[in-house]
Design a protein. Structure first.
Length: 234
């Protein structure tokens, strides 16, 4: 166990390079690059003020009941997430999780249990960690919730969804997730579960993971994501 407090020493901001404590993103950059946005309450897509739902969610609502996003998938967060996700920059886990935990509104308090969108076994071995779980366990601790990594299993990896139309995205991911074992199902049953991921683009992955949680007996599912792309779910 570490007895020193080196983790709490000032460190360069990951965006502007100025000194900040705790390590990660300074308050000025967090404020500058995290603008208030009106978002669809179902999928977190930007919508005009006083508009609660985007057109897609009115026509075809997702299985998850609520979605919360900390910011848009734009500079500088896109670079930070890419480094965290693809370049082994685990030092971004704590500051990005802080951004998400801080951005969650009162409505997120309904969630009683927190989990993450899982990686397939081959992808997990290749990367060495699941970036969504690194966020989920930290956000759960900050929000005073229990995090469990075993509530969902990903049976197979799927190609990137962005170039597929809605029908092909749905077919591509159908059956990609399954609930965990008996203990995990018992933990989920009758509870509101928060599903954490790094980026939401189409919402199809989150929808299929939600399907598995609902099949396990979850009362409802919320989606907590770091970043929402400008691309909608239609």
């Amino acid at each position: 166990m570490r007895t020193d407090r080196s983790w709490d020493l000032p460190a360069p901001c990951g965006i502007c390079g100025g000194w900040t404590r705790p390590a990660g993103v300074c308050a000025d950059c967090a404020s500058r690059f995290t603008s208030r946005a009106t978002r669809c309450t179902r999928c977190a897509l930007r919508v005009p003020d006083a508009v609660p739902l985007c057109g897609t969610c009115i026509r075809r609502p997702p299985l998850f009941e609520r979605a919360f996003a900390a910011f848009d998938y734009t500079f500088p967060w896109d670079d930070a997430i890419a480094a965290f996700k693809f370049r082994q920059a685990l030092e971004w886990a704590a500051p990005l999780a802080r951004q998400l935990a801080t951005a969650l509104p009162v409505g997120a308090d309904e969630a009683e249990l927190v989990t993450a969108v899982p990686l397939a076994a081959a992808r997990l071995r290749e990367r060495g960690y699941n970036q969504a779980w690194e966020l989920a366990r930290r956000v759960a601790r900050a929000r005073g919730r229990t995090a469990r990594h075993d509530l969902l299993h990903r049976l197979r990896e799927t190609p990137h969804q962005i170039h597929l139309d809605r029908a092909h995205r749905d077919a591509n991911l159908r059956g990609a997730f399954m609930p965990g074992g008996a203990d995990a199902r018992a933990a989920v049953r009758g509870r509101c579960v928060a599903l954490v991921d790094d980026v939401m683009t189409t919402g199809t992955t989150a929808n299929e993971a939600t399907r598995a949680l609902l099949e396990a007996g979850a009362r409802s599912v919320q989606l907590w994501v770091l970043a929402r792309t400008e691309r909608g779910s239609d």
